[in-house]
Ligand binder design. Structure first.
Ligand code: AP5
Length: 215
């Protein structure tokens, strides 16, 4: 299974991708997670990426393409992969296509998570993340057992820097301008699948399995 999860911020790509990776054993690579990890570790990549991420802007294409090239070169990715949050521009999609062609493989499905803007804003305002293990919760739909505390490692949960209201508005604008055109780009091939990603986490997962099963 070679899969891309595509959709606006807060549409549930990370949440559902985690489930799918855990159940299928196929590794998931999320460019946002890789970049946030670099920021946390204070690497050169993290320092360079932080200003774009804090502003809700996209990190330059060549930087993320380099990260994905590296991820897909690992032995873990040889039997399949789930890409979450990449590609996000037509240039990234073209770069991915070249990368896959070099390996003689293609995408089985590009799954588009469709969620109305008001719901995205509600989800992002309610998201709480664990800075230690990366687990993601939501005060409305998926609260931790103890308020403010990670179920997995008991660290204090935080609100992501880029989940502030003004930054969320910019992320949605950037999504519509740079990422939404990918729907037409992938729509020209037969790999694009659409999931109406509203409802409970279980319901959305069922819909995801439904479309991935077709690929
Ligand atoms: P990234 O981390 O990729 O952020 P994103 O795409 O904006 O996506 P999110 O993580 O916000 O949302 P999600 O769809 O994963 O939703 P989630 O499952 O968490 O990117 C961050 C930044 O990094 C970018 O702005 C950019 O600067 C940079 N970057 C990353 N990739 C890049 C690239 N390729 N090119 C350039 N720059 C890049 O769910 C959200 C919340 O909703 C959670 O709290 C969850 O619990 C809840 N939830 C999930 N499903 C449901 C449901 N069905 N009902 C109710 N609540 C739900």
């Amino acid at each position: 299974m070679n899969l891309v999860l595509l959709g606006p911020p807060g549409s549930g790509k990370g949440t559902q991708g985690e489930r799918l990776a855990a159940h299928s054993g196929v590794p998931k690579y999320a460019t946002g997670d890789i970049l946030r990890d670099a920021v946390r570790r204070g690497t050169q990549l993290g320092d360079d990426a932080k200003r774009y991420m804090d502003a809700g802007e996209l990190v330059p294409d060549e930087v993320v393409l380099g990260l994905v090239r590296e991820a897909l070169s690992t032995p873990d990715a040889a039997e399949g992969f789930i890409l979450d949050g990449f590609p996000r521009t037509v240039a990234q999609a073209e770069g991915l296509q070249r990368l896959l062609e070099e390996r003689g493989i293609g995408l089985d499905a590009v799954v588009y998570f469709d969620v109305p803007d008001e719901e995205l804003i509600r989800r992002l305002a309610g998201r709480r993340s664990c800075p230690n293990c990366g687990a993601v919760f939501n005060i409305h739909s998926d609260p931790p057992s103890v308020t403010g505390t990670c179920d997995n490692c008991e660290s204090e949960l935080v609100t992501r820097e880029d989940d502030r209201e003004e930054t969320v508005k910019n992320r949605l604008r950037v999504y519509k301008e740079h990422t939404e055109p990918l729907l037409r780009w992938y729509g020209e091939s037969s790999v694009l699948r659409e999931v109406e990603a509203v409802g409970s986490l279980e319901e959305v997962y069922g819909k995801l399995l439904g479309v991935v099963g077709d690929s």
